[in-house]
Design a protein around this ligand. Sequence first.
Ligand SMILES: Cc1cc2nc3c(=O)[nH]c(=O)nc-3n(C[C@H](O)[C@H](O)[C@H](O)COP(=O)(O)O)c2cc1C
Length: 417
Amino acid sequence: MKCVDDYRLRFGKRELVPIIVGGMGVDISSAELALEVARLGGIGHISDAMVPTVSDRRFKTKFTRDKFQQFKYNFENPDKSAVQFNLGQLAEATQLHVGRTMEAKRGDGMIFINCMEKLTMNAAKDTLRVRLAAGLDAGVDGITLSAGLHLNSFALMEDHPRFRDAKLGIIVSSLRALQLFIRKNARLNRAPDFIVVEGPLAGGHLGFGLADWQQYDLATITAEIIGWLRIEQLDIPVIAAGGIFTGSDASAYLASGVAAVQVATRFTVTSECGLPAKVRQEYFKAGEDDVEVNGISPTGYPMRMLKSSPAIGDGIRPNCEAYGYLLDGSGNCAYITAYNRELAIQPDPKRIKVLDKTCLCTQMHDFNCWTCGHYVYRLKDTSHLLADGSYQSLSAEHVFRDYQFSVDGKVALPPII
Ligand SMILES: Cc1cc2nc3c(=O)[nH]c(=O)nc-3n(C[C@H](O)[C@H](O)[C@H](O)COP(=O)(O)O)c2cc1C
């Protein structure tokens, strides 16, 4: 019986263990986790979501404080159009986060950055151009474009000296999204280096409708995309993502013709990931009924999360003066609208509840939005329940090796410590 280690992901002459740990914003897929995955020969991701705040935490910079100081005069104003990012500081923060990570990289693997289009940052095109260029400048091995169709993202990078050498790929959830991307970029004569097909069981935002995500399945979409690429004679590695929980799940996908798998949920309970230890225990303890796919993300995409996430219903005051990562080009965010509507109805603003949307910037920053893949409820079977009722923390190496070598649907438990 074959295991994942019998396969390799090939980029030209380069060979990698075909395991990619997906981007998990905001800093859940930490540099530490990505470095460990690269050391083990796979591909790790860091994320550029809210990168100034990540840099503040990691390097004690003051980007967020400075932005708040600059715009605090606007705090009471529901119109946030004045709140703009300083593009120089955005580049600096990205270069710090990516650059320091790349300097620390060891081993044969690679480190990519996950770049979400839906982070519109009150000036979508300008901020995205800076984020992409700064990541390339800082020497990232590759960029995974996500949370959006990214129809213009390749064009934003076309003049960059690394446009043709960095590994650039996109996450799609349908053949149609891929076709749009390929057609739109045909004039650049630069195909993506990889395509991640993300199915409906993934964590984070989903590329399906809130009402119909259950009608789709990863294997079908992946087969459809592989078939179409073959017809078009496009030789691009396809990577399957979403609900791949065991090494056997992964090797079944590899046997079916995908070049690698992208996984995430199993790494949310590793000590290298950015989630605080207490939150990791929530993931371990989750039961099947504790998970929901809801519409509270202001991005408009459905998101899967634990029902106990403190972000759900929390009517925290928007803090776009400090954050503002989801502001559209006119200074709006669906959460601001929902918050102001409730503020007008609810008499005590200290205890306001907002049920239909969440302040994703603040909640992700504070690790209060517990997004997870569908199989989060199986995490308890991947570790030991300790005498005090908590689960033993896992190392990223343990989980990675389990994906790499396990067979027969088995999950290896860690040595008891
Ligand atoms: C906690 C968490 C956060 C995530 N955040 C992002 C993100 O910021 N951007 C993104 O493209 N995908 C995100 N994802 C999706 C993963 O990168 C990955 O493709 C998917 O979850 C794989 O499925 P699995 O979790 O069932 O293994 C996230 C997933 C999790 C579990």
